[in-house]
Design a protein around this ligand. Structure first.
Ligand code: SF4
Length: 321
């Protein structure tokens, strides 16, 4: 591991200012992803800003009926919160489908959004990877791509975002709140938070340099049946091959309205609102719109029928429920 300096600021504004003051600085909270990457030499921060003592660890009701989740709320606490379990069950279920109990106790809301891809070549430092070393190439394009993206990818990178939590937040239309080094605050809709890889796969979010996530807000509860289905290689402690966060509203024996957000398909949680407008026409019509424009490899083409089956299963669940 490279040598680095370390500081522990006392407030979010102080932390953001500290990030702007030092080149090569990174925030650290739970460290469940960053420390692994540092040990492998993939992340080499010159300076760590430990944000564990700046507050931001509360879940608070909002005047509009929503919830404000502090950036440092641990994944386990968020999943167990009675309001989240009652009103945002898809989020609680997605969190509990991720990682292990120990990791959820440590990992934070902001850190979960910022976790990096698990593309195997990103971790294999002897192989070319545009995300790790811009301009070096993409080993996955001609290599083993079973876990990689089928939607929204580019010739520079076909990695997927690994989060379960972010997929549920995308279905719920969450908003990410931030503070910049100059003290300015922003509210970024989660649809605009993560980027597609394009020509710059190393840039995974639209955060600016030194900008710190302070909270994620959820709008007032979305009524309907909340579903999180995750297909993975083993029953626990595995990233999604394909996952689906859905909220479905039933009308008799039909699903009248629904939201569908996917993990495992793209470089960011994948939601196509136009597909949701096809809900009344059935699962096939919804899926056709979701997977339009897909580009697959021989290794990952199976993800498309898998995504279709997840939509069909969620809609069948809703009409049975
Ligand atoms: Fe790197 Fe992306 Fe290619 Fe994986 S898919 S090797 S992360 S550039």
């Amino acid at each position: 591991m490279n040598r680095f300096t370390y500081e522990r600021p006392g407030s979010p504004a102080e932390a953001a200012r500290a990030a702007a003051a030092r080149s090569g600085a990174k925030f650290i909270a739970g460290g469940t992803n960053l420390l692994d990457l540092m040990k492998l030499g993939i992340e080499t921060p010159a300076h760590l800003i430990d944000v564990n003592r700046i507050g931001l660890d509360a879940i608070e009701p909002m005047p509009d009926g929503g919830l404000r989740i502090g950036a440092l709320v641990r994944n386990a606490d968020l999943a167990a919160d009675a309001r989240v379990r009652r009103d945002y069950a898809v989020l609680s279920r997605a969190l509990l489908a991720g990682a292990s109990g120990q990791l959820r106790n440590k990992a934070t809301t902001a850190g979960n959004l910022l976790q990096r891809t698990r593309c195997p070549y990103f971790y294999e430092t002897a192989m070319p990877c545009n995300k790790r070393t811009p301009g070096s190439g993409c080993a996955a394009l001609e290599g083993l791509s079973r876990s990689n993206a089928v939607l929204g990818a580019s010739d520079a990178c076909i990695a997927v975002h690994p989060s379960d939590m972010a997929v549920a937040m995308r279905a719920l239309d969450a908003t990410v709140e931030t503070v910049a080094p100059n003290g300015a605050t922003r509210a970024i809709p989660i649809a605009d938070f993560h980027r597609l890889p394009g020509e710059e796969p190393a840039r995974e979010t639209n955060l600016l340099s030194g900008e710190l996530i302070t909270a994620v807000t959820l709008p007032s509860p979305v009524r309907g049946m909340h579903v999180y289905r995750k297909v993975r290689d083993r029953a626990s402690y595995a990233f999604a091959t394909v996952s689906l966060a859905a909220v479905l509203v039933r009308d008799g024996d039909r699903v009248r309205a629904a939201r569908f957000a996917f993990g495992g398909l793209a470089h960011r949680p994948w939601r196509v609102e136009a597909a949701e407008r096809e809900t009344a026409r059935g699962a096939a019509a919804v899926s056709d719109t979701i997977v339009a424009g897909a580009r697959t490899t021989t290794h990952n083409a199976f993800k498309l029928p898998l995504a279709r089956r997840l939509v069909a299963a969620a809609m069948a669940d809703a009409t049975r429920g």
